[in-house]
Design a protein around this ligand. Structure first.
Ligand code: GUN
Length: 293
């Protein structure tokens, strides 16, 4: 029987843990964590994601600040904002929502973030520490997936994990985390990407399949073996005239076809998305506690 990896449920459990932690800090006379988000331009998906993050802050009692700037912002202006947030003692952690416009060197901007405030875990210092298994901020989506596997009690040791996608944000960190000596972890990991040959041969050998390629319904039933655990990271907007908005969100996995073959699968929406936000909040609390224990 197929079971659902319920990101909506586990993220609300984490949110109540975070709300308790905030109350306990306040009872000890300590400040609530404060997350800032920088949003450049008018990408509707980015705007929606940042909106979810700000709302999550309000639900758990965190302070939040949204810094919005137009598409035409210069690199120098953006670096100035990052520097202000780095030095602002009121802000515990912040994110720069990606993607940034083409004229901005995103790597330079991310490198300018103080690693202690880098609650997205994108700074090379945090990426390097994560690769070495040292304490640091993990990127929110891989962290949310690890938490979902852990809280759902999914066995990972000795399993063959196949990751579809090699992005810096999901595919690459996911590979590093699942190969570590810990739980969740101890997987044998195969990373597949756009140049991988005979992709189906790899995906059919997966005990755990992580799809993070951004192509709607890419993973079909013939690509997976019975009993597989599937994590669908895709959040793709597809046209749907039956919706008032004219679109709906769908994953990288053809859920209706594939789910009956799975032991566990994440839905979209309600799987990885809410876990990403909960993880960002956990990183922000951690950044705050490191500064004001
Ligand atoms: N764009 C897509 N995912 C993310 C994320 O986790 N953090 C940021 N800052 N931008 C993103």
């Amino acid at each position: 029987m197929t079971q659902i990896l319920d990101g909506k449920h586990w993220s609300s459990v984490i949110e109540s843990e975070l709300a308790h932690a905030v109350e306990s800090r306040k009872a000890r006379g300590l400040k609530a964590p404060h997350l800032a988000a920088v949003l450049v331009g008018n990408n509707p998906a980015s705007r929606a994601y940042v909106g979810h993050k700000v709302k999550a802050c309000a639900r758990v009692g965190f302070q939040s600040t949204l810094v919005e700037r137009p598409e035409q912002i210069t690199q120098e202006e953006l670096l100035g904002i990052v520097n202000d947030l780095n030095t602002n003692p009121e802000v515990d952690g912040f994110i720069v929502q990606l993607p940034l416009p083409d004229h901005i060197d995103a790597a330079k901007v991310l490198e300018a973030v103080n690693p202690a405030k880098d609650v997205d875990g994108f700074h090379p210092v945090n990426a390097g520490k994560m690769a070495l298994g040292l304490p640091c901020h993990w990127p929110a989506t891989p962290m949310g997936i690890m938490t979902l596997l852990e809280r759902s009690g999914i066995e990972t040791s000795g399993k063959h994990a196949v990751i579809l996608g090699r992005s810096d944000i999901v595919g690459t960190p996911m590979t590093l985390l699942l190969r570590r000596n810990g739980y969740p972890g101890n997987c044998t990991v195969t990373m597949c990407h756009s140049r991988t040959r005979d992709l189906h041969d790899h995906t059919r050998r997966a005990d755990l399949l992580i799809a993070a390629i951004g192509k709607p319904h890419f993973v079909t039933a013939d690509m997976v073996k019975p009993g597989v655990v599937i994590i669908d990271v895709g959040i793709n907007r597809i046209a749907d005239p039956s919706k008032a908005s004219g679109h709906r969100l769908t994953g990288d996995v053809d859920f209706d076809q594939v789910a009956p073959k799975c032991s566990w699968i994440t839905p979209v929406p309600g799987g990885v998305g809410p876990m990403t936000i909960a993880s960002l909040m956990q990183n922000t609390l951690q950044a705050c506690e490191a500064k004001h224990p």
